[in-house]
Design a protein around this ligand. Structure first.
Ligand code: DC
Length: 213
């Protein structure tokens, strides 16, 4: 069973994914961390975004384990991740990694949740349940600040706006809700309300027999 969660940064994907994973015993993959792991490696090697050939080569060395590295959450890494994510060859390599994870045997887990930008549209178009989370940009920036503390509100909002624009307007796999995704606008909902809605959609799509009439 595959659950796809997409949306821009700060919409609540991670929180919802972890809630659903615990509630339904799903394995989880935050696909943004794959792009961030590659970005961190590229930055460490002093590469710039125009050195595409080297970045594509580096992408081939990224593994699911790379997502456990430290230092992936900084704004510098996030900005670089968004920039390298526009390179189609990079996406092709990282897509294979994500698809292999999605379709691997889930073992003792009931299924797999992937969260990202193009899971429902490109990585797993046949996912059993697709959820697209969104929220007003000011609210998303505020949440990000509360999470990370001690960073300038205007700077966060500017960087987020720049990243949103790039992620949504790139030619290959731009951020988009799949036609068959459940859309949740989290702007004015509590975390608990968002999680309950998402759990309802998962249950309705994947476990209808467990729902009372
Ligand atoms: O979700 P995140 O902020 O950690 O993602 C970092 C960047 O990675 C994001 O700005 C765009 C890119 N990304 C992507 O293009 N496709 C995905 N499935 C996940 C992330």
């Amino acid at each position: 069973m595959i659950i796809a969660i997409d949306g821009p940064s700060g919409a609540g994907k991670g929180t919802v994914a972890h809630y659903l994973a615990q509630k339904f015993n799903f394995k989880i993959l935050d696909t943004g961390l794959i792009y961030r792991a590659l970005a961190k490696e590229a930055l460490q090697q002093g590469l710039t975004t125009d050195q595409q050939h080297q970045i594509i080569e580096l992408a081939q060395r990224i593994t699911i384990e790379s997502t456990n590295e430290d230092g992936l959450r900084s704004e510098e890494v996030a900005a670089m991740a968004s920039k390298i994510a526009v390179i189609p060859e990079v996406r092709a390599v990282l897509n294979d990694l994500q698809r292999a994870f999605a379709h691997a045997d889930a073992g003792d887990f009931a299924g797999i949740i992937l969260d990202g930008r193009d899971i429902g549209t490109v990585i797993c178009p046949d996912a059993d349940c697709k959820i697209y989370l969104t929220a007003d940009q000011e609210i998303r920036a505020l949440r990000r600040m509360q999470q990370e503390g001690n960073i300038c509100a205007i700077k966060v909002q500017e960087m987020m706006a720049e990243r949103d624009k790039r992620d949504s307007s790139r030619n290959t796999a731009p951020l988009n809700a799949a036609k068959d995704a459940y859309i949740i606008d989290t702007s004015h909902l509590s975390i608990d309300e968002v999680c309950q809605k998402a759990a309802y959609y998962v249950q309705k799509s994947c476990l209808p027999d467990t729902m009372s009439a």
